[in-house]
Design a binder for this molecule. Sequence first.
Ligand code: SAH
Length: 348
Amino acid sequence: MEKIDIKSMALPELEALLKEWGEPRFRAGQVYTWMHQKQALSFEEMTNLPKALREKLEEQCRITRLSVRRKLVSQLDGTIKYLYELPDGETVESVLMQYHHGDSLCISTQVGCRMGCNFCASTLLGLARNLTPAEMLEEVYLAGRDSGRKVSSLVLMGIGEPLDNYDNVLAFLRILSSEQGFGLSLRHVSLSTCGLVPRIYDLMREKLQLTLSISLHAPDNETRSRTMPVNRKYPVEELMAACRKYFEETGRRISFEYALIQGVNDTEECAEKHAALLAGLPCHVNLIPVNNVTERGYQKSSPRQIKKFIAVLERHHINTTVRRELGADINAACGQLRRADKGEGATC
Ligand code: SAH
């Protein structure tokens, strides 16, 4: 019999399970706190539970844990890049970055990705499987345990498309932010999507405090469909309509990611179109000089071109930043460590 993945269970689910076992209600809260606050990795450690209950838990349930397969530490800025091994031997990446406001962790939501964005290394091997809520929680917990640092904000921008693993990501966020769980406010969480429009509406209805981040990367259907196949299904107009509705309903300002690729999407004309798309929408634009992916021959835009692009957006009063490059010496771009470990692509 397959053991129950108890670390993926929300508190009410755990309460229902232990009630079935004839346990008093408060026991579920104890087990939950052990797993998510004290981050116990065995039932044996849960010393305030009766021994018989610990034994039954051991027999019927498992506490998912990950291990660090590789770890790269930047000598430039302290960024740590982890390659984690999952219980079935698959691997995913997380990156811990230091900012003046605290440490931010970037986590993966799937093993691989099936979205096919052609500038992204994560998608080159396709999708192997979804991550479970427990595996995503462990990405956060293990980064904290291993580094001794406190994860104070989180971005779902590693390998995978979070909205393609919707139910597990939502379950993960609920446990992560619950008071008896890890207790991280969703105000400190950003979820990045390539634009699965129906799921954006679903997320809107959840009315969460998180920041929605849209990987736009091109302001018109022709360019966007060329680099991001998802655009053929959900074109720019539908995506922007969903974003406007999302802001109206949640009051949460949206963030737009735009990776600048030399000669592909970095002209002033593109910047003008980009500004027109966002007109009147309270938002933030994050420009990212594209990380080179050798297979595609894509190059970063020149600093001069980036300046021109910013100037256009600023003329239209659009709040714009350029992402600071962290971990440049450890090649922190997502998906590259996992591929190198599998013997494909450039090594780090
Ligand atoms: N699937 C989600 C989240 C994972 S990708 C999404 O698409 O948003 C996280 C971010 O990194 C996205 O904005 C993605 O477009 C960007 N990205 C992927 N490859 C990149 C590269 N080579 N250079 C710069 N940004 C890249």
